[in-house]
Design a protein around this ligand. Sequence first.
Ligand SMILES: Nc1ncnc2c1ncn2[C@@H]1O[C@H](COP(=O)(O)OP(=O)(O)OP(=O)(O)O)[C@@H](O)[C@H]1O
Ligand SMILES: [Mg+2]
Length: 486
Amino acid sequence: MLDSVRVRLTLWYSLVLGFVLVLLAVFTYFLYWRNIEQRTDTGLAELADAFVTTFHAELSDETGPDAVRNAARVAMVEHRFRDTVIAVLDPANNIQQSSLELPRLGPSRERITADLFSSKDFQSLVAEAAAHPSALGDVPGGRDGFRAFARRMPAADQNYTLVVLESLHPQREMMEDIRDTFLWAIPIALLLAGIGGYFLARKSLAPVAAMASQARRMGARNLHDRLEVANQRDELGQLAVSFNQLLERLEKSFELQRRFVADASHELRTPVAILRGETEVTLSKPDRPPAEYRETLAILRDESQRLAQIIEDLFTLTRADAGQYPLTSTELYLDELASDVLHRARSLAISKRITLSSAIDPELPLHADESLLRRMLLNLLDNAIKYTPECGTVSLQCQKQGQQYVVSVTDTGPGIPADMQQRIFERFFRADKTRSRADGDTGGAGLGLSIARWIAEAHQGRLELTHSDSRGSTFTAFLPVGPSVR
Ligand SMILES: Nc1ncnc2c1ncn2[C@@H]1O[C@H](COP(=O)(O)OP(=O)(O)OP(=O)(O)O)[C@@H](O)[C@H]1O
Ligand SMILES: [Mg+2]
């Protein structure tokens, strides 16, 4: 259950809310209690003052030995109220008159007896009032004790003491009520907040659950499915958008991979079919003249060479994609390497009566992978010769321009149609598949330029088709002069 974010959120929320509510309740309780205490104290002092005023007024009208007692009684009748006791003590601290002697004032739950005046606290309060003009304190008695205020009250040339007491029972009762209210209100508030929080969390997290179930249904077959985005601006909407973008990228690379495998098997199928066909035809007759066998073997050799080349290219590209192609860089001279490659391409050119020319600057030192650079140049020259009609010209230029070497291969071939120029670097792309295939020999797999471009990029450079029209094409590789191998 705790594994659910909804439940955890609700628990945390309820815990924090509970903590805050309890804190608030405790704070309110004590604040209220202090407030009541202060109000009681000032109320007692005010009552005492009012009593004294009435007492003196009555005393001025009274005569005789019981004048003080009578005046006190009248003032008590006027000022006492329920759960309040007023006592007037003579100079010897004996009770002269107390409101307990008067008839009871309506029903009260408080039980008050004269024991109230005999407690030690009462006595010491009276003594303190004698020393000071007034004193405040708690006195035991009744159900929950009394708050008492004592003050001196001079009358008839003697020092009387007035003590006003208020029962603490009603206040305690009220505080208990408040406490009880908190005790049931907080759990109910928590329960309601918890239920509300749970539903809120469930509602807020519903899109996540929906996303999870949609994502569960997704696989390689339906990568084109997308998550529903309820609100693009909120966090969950953004999550769904990011997830959809990830799916988009995955789908693209999946598609690329799928096409790569399909194209690769397609390319491999042709040479294999030729191998099988040739062998079957040759074996269909028991005896053939040696020349026919030689011819078949020559075809088998060419096709297996082509097969080996395609497999090698595919292997290179797969390792390049995985970033696992080991680059073994050495110090070399680009001019020497270019001349060497040109020399090797000569045999290809001669068979098509193509003129090979070059303009190679001397002394072009470079730190690079020699075999890969050779392969790049050979691919470019191979294309130039392959796609240039007989008696054309192919030239190789190599020079330093600023901080980079510029190596370009120019031919006088038919050029590449403008709408194809962007695509010739794609894997397995051939501008004119029918022509390539019909030519038999010249039909490559369409991997040469992809590999050449990867080689340039692996050396922190780039390979571009810098010019192409009906009079020919120029491919240019730009390689940085400084240390370039990753
Ligand atoms: N110099 C060029 N002149 C005209 N077209 C070219 C030239 N170089 C490349 N192309 C076009 O670009 C396509 C891709 O070239 P790329 O070298 O990648 O493949 P390929 O030569 O067909 O096969 P591979 O190089 O794998 O044997 C070629 O099929 C061709 O149509
Ligand atoms: Mg090629």
